[in-house]
Ligand binder design. Structure first.
Ligand code: AHR
Length: 499
């Protein structure tokens, strides 16, 4: 029997809704086909955006969307994607599959998509191959309301009012595809570029994100912060971090659907590594920013497997199993528990690319196991993190190096007082007897749902509901908490109200 102790009196800070954010790049079938089909498509759409996909994402409560890349961002020239569509420039998407990018989805379409989704906007600028002027003009085009060349151009293109730009990234992966820079050099470039990201709305400033490290490149974090010191928070509101899980390493990656228990544990243990990354990058940030004014922005994370056989290798299309669901559950619990520093995270990527929440095929759409985890966890958005601890956890796995705890959780309290407990059983076969013990609260009403299936189960267009969130009723309310049994390989949500 494992016991979860919850101290509902000890609130540890707010879980920023944007921790549940998403990423959409001009890559494969993410934007085109996945989100945008154009006004003349037979697929039901509103102003070109797929109605089925938008509805599903709204149901999941998407809080923020990052666009246009990724590596694509540092070769994207935004002026190619505005004005009458027939006049927009075409280009080759050299990073992703060498296909023609016709720029029919540009700035106006992105803000229209976010309007339909009801989410915040995160635009990533081009440092690698763009100029300071180009970046500065993009911000002016999007956010300036007065008389100016860019505001006038926006109006000429049919949008009288400025848009709300919530987040702006100053480059992407500038240690790699964004220009292969050294951290000292990028720090100087960052200082210069961000100067011209003007704040036209003092009451709603643009949150500026500095390009951060890849995985465990602590040197990058150290040197970029040093280069922006003292008082790095004067130049940046956020600093990014990217981390992908490749079970067999970057070169081999590994199959998305064909794996054994040994690989299951290896994958989950690599997902658990996010804890160390957030802690260690966070410790460096604490040195330069002890008051935690700068947010850690994990704006690319997720599973990256070998592409689905028979698909374009540059499109990064992969299936999504219960293993992805657990990777999502584990990672989101880690972010919740570090909500004092982690202010935003964007899973890569939203539709048809890497660890997607939605897959599409022509007019058909399927919600992946990862979708269901985001849907279950949506109650954490904006809630207060609560102190929690699990007693009786064992370390399991088939290789010493890749052992994981049997259980992992996070707990929050919503504004209306409901307590949200999300719990993962990482074991492939082990059922777990559980008891929840509160400090003082006596549970009254409890509602719960569960996502569970065999480890490699996934949804297809012909069988879209094989893995889905189901009601969970098999619990007993006790004087001090709850008792229940958690099936192997599962993600559980319990919502508990006091008597
Ligand atoms: O998400 C796919 C790619 O991974 C992104 O374009 C890039 O930023 C990262 O390397």
């Amino acid at each position: 029997m494992a016991k979860i102790y919850i101290n509902e009196k000890n609130k540890k800070g707010q879980i920023n809704p944007e921790i549940y954010g998403h990423f959409s790049e001009h890559l494969g079938r993410c934007i085109y086909e996945g989100l945008y089909v154009g006004e003349n498509s037979d697929i039901p759409n509103e102003n070109g955006m797929r109605t089925d996909v938008v509805e599903a994402l709204r149901e999941m409560k998407i809080p923020v969307l990052r666009w246009p890349g990724g590596c694509f961002a540092d070769e994207y020239h935004w002026k190619d994607g505005i004005g009458p569509k027939e006049g927009r420039k075409k280009m080759i998407n050299t990073h992703w599959g060498g296909v023609v990018e016709d720029n029919s989805f540009g700035t106006h379409e992105f803000f229209e998509l976010c309007r339909q989704l009801g989410c915040k906007t995160y635009v990533n600028g081009n440092v690698g191959s763009g100029t300071v002027q180009e970046m500065s003009e993009w911000v002016e085009y999007i956010t300036f309301d007065g008389v100016s060349p860019m505001a006038d151009l926006r109006k000429k293109n049919g949008h009288e009012d400025s848009w709300k730009l919530d987040y702006f990234g100053v480059g992407n992966e500038n240690w790699g595809c964004g220009g292969n820079m050294r951290p000292e050099y990028y720090a100087d470039e960052y200082r210069r570029y961000q100067t011209y990201v003007r704040q036209y709305h003092r009451d709603a400033p643009v949150y500026k994100i500095c390009g951060g490290a890849n995985v465990a490149d602590y040197d990058w974090t150290e040197k970029v912060l040093a280069g922006c010191s003292p008082d790095a928070y004067r130049f940046m509101d956020g600093l990014s971090l990217h981390y992908y899980v490749h079970p067999e390493g970057w070169e081999v990656k590994g199959s998305a659907t064909d794996f054994d228990a040994k690989t299951w544990y290896k994958t989950l243990s690599k997902a658990m590594y996010m804890e160390e990354l957030v802690t260690r990058h966070g410790a460096i940030m604490d040195k330069y920013d002890p008051e935690k004014k700068i947010g850690m922005i994990v704006d690319e994370w997720g599973d990256w497997f070998t592409v689905e056989p028979g698909t374009n290798p540059g499109f990064l299309y992969q299936q999504n199993t219960m293993r992805d669901a657990l990777v999502a559950g584990i990672t989101l619990n880690i972010f919740n528990r570090h909500c004092d520093r982690v202010k935003m995270a964007c899973i890569a990527q939203m539709v048809n690319v890497l660890q997607s929440v939605i897959l599409t095929e022509g007019p058909r759409m399927v919600k992946t196991p990862t979708y269901h985890v985001f849907h279950m966890y949506r109650y954490h958005q904006g809630a207060q993190l609560l102190d929690s601890y699990i007693e009786g956890v064992e370390m399991i796995g088939e290789e010493e190096e890749y052992r994981v705890p049997t259980l992992q959780e996070s707990v929050s309290s919503s504004e209306d007082g409901v307590i949200n407990l999300t719990l993962n059983n990482l074991s492939v076969t082990g059922v777990q007897e559980m008891e929840v013990v509160f400090a003082e609260l006596k549970p009254g009403q409890v509602s719960a749902s569960i996502l569970t299936q065999q480890m490699d189960a996934y949804n297809t267009f012909d069988e879209p509901n094989r893995v889905q969130e189901e009601e969970f009723t098999d619990f007993e309310i006790t004087e001090k908490g709850l008792k229940f049994t958690v099936p192997a390989c599962s993600v559980v949500l319990l919502r508990i109200t006091g008597r």
